[in-house]
Ligand binder design. Structure first.
Ligand code: HEM
Length: 254
C-alpha cells in the first residue's frame, strides 16, 4: 500500500472548536423549534403549545447568542486563525489569493491552506453576519412575544393597560393590555419578524452551502478538514500557503 507523507499542523484553538459545536447544537434546536412555530397553524398548534415552543426556542436562542458573543471576544483574544485580523483581512493580497485558489480548483494539485481557503473565509464571514442579524432580531422578538429579556420589561411597560402591573402580563394574553399601545407594539415588531423569517431562509441556504463546501474540500484536498474541528490539527501533504510567521503563531493554539 502506498503511504503519503503528511505533516501535522495546529490550527483551531479550543475556543473555536467549542464555539463551532455549541453553535451547531443550538442552531439545530432553533431550527427545529423555529420550523414548528413557523408551521404552527398547519400543524394545529395554538395557545399554550405555541407559547411553550417559543419559550423553548428562546432558551436555545440565549445559548446561541451567548456562544456567538463569546466568539466575538475570541476574535480579539484567540489564536492566529481565530482572530478578526486574520478572518476579515480582505485586502489586495486576499483578492490575489482568491484568484489563485479559483484557478487551482480544477488542478489535481490544489493550493494547500492551514486556515480557511479564500472561499471558505468568505462563507465564514457571511455566516457570522447572518447569525448576528438573526440573534439581534430574535432578542427583540423575545421581548415582543414573551416579555423576555433584554427588552421584555420595556415592552411590558409599553403595552400594559393602566392600573395593570406590567410584570404580571402573560405571553399571548391580551386581556390586560392597552389595545392602542398593543397595536403600536405590533407595528414596531413587524420589520423584526420579517427579517427573522427572511434571514432564517438565507441562513439555512448558507449553512447547506457551508456543509457541502466542507465535504467537497475534504474529499478533494484530503487534509482532515472535518476532524480538525475536533482535534484542532490538520494533516497536510504540502506546506500551506497561509502558514503564520513565527511572530504571528501561537504556542497555545490547541
Ligand atoms: C440560527 C438562529 C435562529 C433561527 C434559525 C431561528 C428561526 C426561527 C423561525 C423559523 C421562527 C418562526 C418565524 C415565524 O413564526 O414566522 C422563529 C421565531 C422566533 N424566534 Fe427565532 N431563530 C433563531 C434565533 C433566535 C434567537 C437568538 C432568538 C432569541 C433569543 C429567537 C427568538 C424567536 C422568537 C421569540 C420567535 C417567535 C416569533 C413569532 O413567530 O411570533 N430566535 N425563529
Amino acid at each position: 500500500m502506498q503511504t503519503i507523507d503528511t505533516e501535522v499542523y495546529r490550527v483551531w484553538d479550543r475556543g473555536v472548536r467549542g464555539f463551532h459545536w455549541i453553535n451547531l447544537v443550538s442552531m439545530l434546536g432553533l431550527l427545529g423549534t423555529g420550523l414548528v412555530i413557523y408551521n404552527g397553524k398547519t400543524l394545529g398548534i395554538s395557545g399554550d403549545g405555541k407559547v411553550f415552543l417559543k419559550e423553548l426556542h428562546v432558551w436555545c436562542g440565549y445559548v446561541f447568542v451567548a456562544n456567538l458573543a463569546w466568539r466575538m471576544v475570541q476574535g480579539f483574544t484567540g489564536s492566529h486563525f481565530a482572530r478578526w485580523g486574520t478572518i476579515l483581512r480582505l485586502d489586495r493580497q486576499y483578492v490575489r489569493e482568491l484568484r489563485n485558489y479559483l484557478g487551482s480548483l480544477r488542478d489535481k494539485d490544489r493550493r494547500s491552506y492551514l486556515g480557511h481557503n479564500p472561499l471558505g473565509r468568505l462563507m465564514v464571514i457571511a455566516l457570522l453576519l447572518l447569525m448576528t442579524l438573526q440573534a439581534i432580531t430574535g432578542l427583540v422578538l423575545a421581548g415582543t412575544d414573551l416579555y423576555y429579556p433584554p427588552l421584555g420589561a420595556w415592552i411590558a411597560n409599553w403595552v400594559a393597560a393602566s392600573g395593570v402591573d406590567p410584570s404580571t402580563l402573560l405571553p399571548g394574553d391580551k386581556s390586560m393590555v392597552d389595545t392602542t399601545a398593543w397595536d403600536e407594539m405590533r407595528t414596531f415588531r413587524g420589520p423584526f419578524i420579517f427579517l427573522h423569517e427572511q434571514v432564517f431562509f438565507v441562513l439555512m441556504g448558507a449553512t447547506v452551502l457551508h456543509i457541502a463546501g466542507v465535504v467537497v474540500a475534504e474529499f478533494k484536498e484530503r487534509n482532515g478538514l472535518i476532524s480538525a474541528m475536533i482535534t484542532g490539527e490538520k494533516r497536510l501533504v504540502k506546506p500551506p500557503v497561509d502558514l503564520p510567521r513565527a511572530s504571528e503563531a501561537d504556542t497555545d493554539a490547541v
